[in-house]
Design a protein around this ligand. Structure first.
Ligand code: SDX
Length: 433
């Protein structure tokens, strides 16, 4: 059967170019433009990569119109209901659900890489006491490459695997130390007999002065949130990790770059921005005013937690998180509700009826409710995006391993549409006006 192709007609001279169509296992087909510049002298133009497939991947599939999200083919709804964050991390890394034996071994490996080098603790003392925890995360994670000289050969599959394990294992420890530094409290060492999220909660909230029992409901809710945030195709921070990794940079530097990109309020920083926005709105009576601000083209204000580059229908994660929100508030707060949650639901109700949001296909995204849950779990607001970074590390390292493991991968080097000055001669200082 003749291979499918797309014909590109070049208007200037009427010539045409046939571009091969590439088809994946599901989702939109692509046409291969790698030959366009060589054959036409022209670049393709797609700022923000709105319609560009930057790579081949088999990790996560999203259908923005249908609100579908699958990790290695498994629907996010089923993984959130039945799996655990470490099982999902294994799935993202290795492509298959682990057997009971494989899962036990993986949990043991991760559980025994949770400590950080004692010298790393000195790094925290160098930051201002009130440094934002995301700032310390970027710095400390990037510095891990100064400690692990035994596993920096990215072309060695075993080195890649041990680096992935170390990153997944150490992120909660590094995050908790970032928080303790901010609080001015002593660091709490990980305890290997605790599960992943209970260990994290203990490192965050325990002190040397008394015994601390992690709340199992909070730990389970956090584990579910980590599952929902673990990966999301070629989002901005994952693409940052891939681009950094494409130059051959070590995995710790790449993940540090991913953390930096996630921090932006248009991306993972939105969960903190949602709570700031809800605090600013303050009361249901102000909702209409803020919805009007969000619609005003002359007002830079946007409804944080709404909209998504890919989901033009509901974000399946937001639907699940909204339900978890109810459960956590029932279990964790004596009132069973929170004024913030009620305000968020009222904002959602009004926005979803508004023609502007309907016409722009703006729905609540993963960040809209997560901050409310984090607050109910006692996580401070400046740690919300750190929560996102802990979870997304599983996806980041999976994409990094997939890319480096692909023998055809090349350094990422986009081109541009140049709008600057054309050639002009240098003007000596004494000749300038
Ligand atoms: C995440 O990519 C991923 O997968 C990300 C993520 C992941 O798991 O990795 O899902 C996590 O980052 C979720 C998104 C969190 N960000 C926010 O909640 C911040 C608020 N949202 C917006 O900044 C925005 O919706 C984005 C950044 C999420 C998407 O931006 P796009 O796709 O570039 O869309 P756009 O900015 O071009 O907006 C299209 C239109 C514009 O209006 P017009 O100029 O066409 O008239 O929609 C408007 C925008 O003004 N718009 C909004 C809006 N978001 C878009 N108007 C009001 N409030 C908003 N939130």
């Amino acid at each position: 059967m003749e291979k499918e192709h797309v014909t590109l007609t070049i208007n200037s001279d009427g010539s045409s170019l046939e571009l091969p169509v590439l088809e994946g296992s599901t989702g939109p087909k692509t046409f291969d433009v790698t030959s366009v510049y060589k054959k036409t002298g022209m670049f393709t133009f797609d700022p923000g990569f709105m319609a560009t497939a930057s790579c081949r991947s088999a990790i996560t599939y999203i259908d923005g119109e249908k609100g579908i999200l699958r990790y290695r083919g498994y629907p996010i709804e089923q993984l959130a209901e039945h799996s655990s964050f470490l099982e999902v991390s294994y799935l993202l890394l290795y492509g298959e659900l682990p057997s009971a034996e494989e899962l036990t071994e993986f949990e043991y490996i991760i559980g025994h890489h949770t400590m950080i080098h004692e010298s790393l603790q000195m790094f925290y003392r160098g930051f201002r006491y009130d440094a934002h925890p995301m700032a310390t995360m970027v710095g400390v994670v990037g510095s891990l490459s100064a400690f692990y000289h035994d596993s920096l050969d990215i072309h060695n599959a075993r080195h890649r695997e041990i680096s992935a394990h170390r990153l997944i294992a150490k992120m909660p420890t590094i995050a908790a130390c970032s928080y303790k530094r901010y609080k001015g409290e002593p660091f709490i060492y990980p305890q290997n007999n605790l599960d992943y999220t209970s260990n994290f909660m203990r490192m965050m909230f325990a002190t040397p002065c008394e015994e601390f029992e992690p709340n199992p409901i909070a730990a389970k809710a956090l584990d579910k949130l980590f599952i929902l945030h673990a990966d999301h195709e070629q989002n901005a921070s994952t693409s940052t990790v891939r681009i950094a990794g494409s130059s051959g940079a070590n995995p710790f530097a790449c993940i540090s770059a991913g953390i930096a990109s996630l921090w932006g309020p248009a991306h993972g920083g939105a969960n903190e921005a949602v709570l700031n926005m809800l605090d600013e709105i303050g009361d249901v009576s102000n909702v209409e005013k803020y919805v009007a601000k969000a619609k005003d083209k002359n007002d830079p204000f946007r409804l944080m937690g709404f909209g998504h580059r890919v989901y033009k229908n509901h974000d399946p994660r937001a639907t699940i998180i909204r339900k978890v929100c109810h459960e956590v508030l029932e279990d964790m707060t004596d009132t069973g509700n929170s004024p913030l949650f009620e305000l968020a639901m009222k904002l959602e109700e009004i926005a979803l009826k508004d023609d502007y949001f309907i016409s722009h296909k703006l729905y609540p995204n993963v960040d809209f409710y997560s901050g409310i849950i984090y607050r109910a779990l006692g996580i401070p607001m400046n740690m919300f995006t750190v929560m996102f970074a802990i979870a997304r590390t599983a996806g980041w390292v999976a994409h990094w391993m997939e890319m480096i493991g692909d023998p055809d991968h090349r350094i990422a080097r986009p081109r541009q549409l140049y709008l600057g000055a054309t050639e002009r001669p240098y003007v000596p200082l004494d000749k300038r006006s």
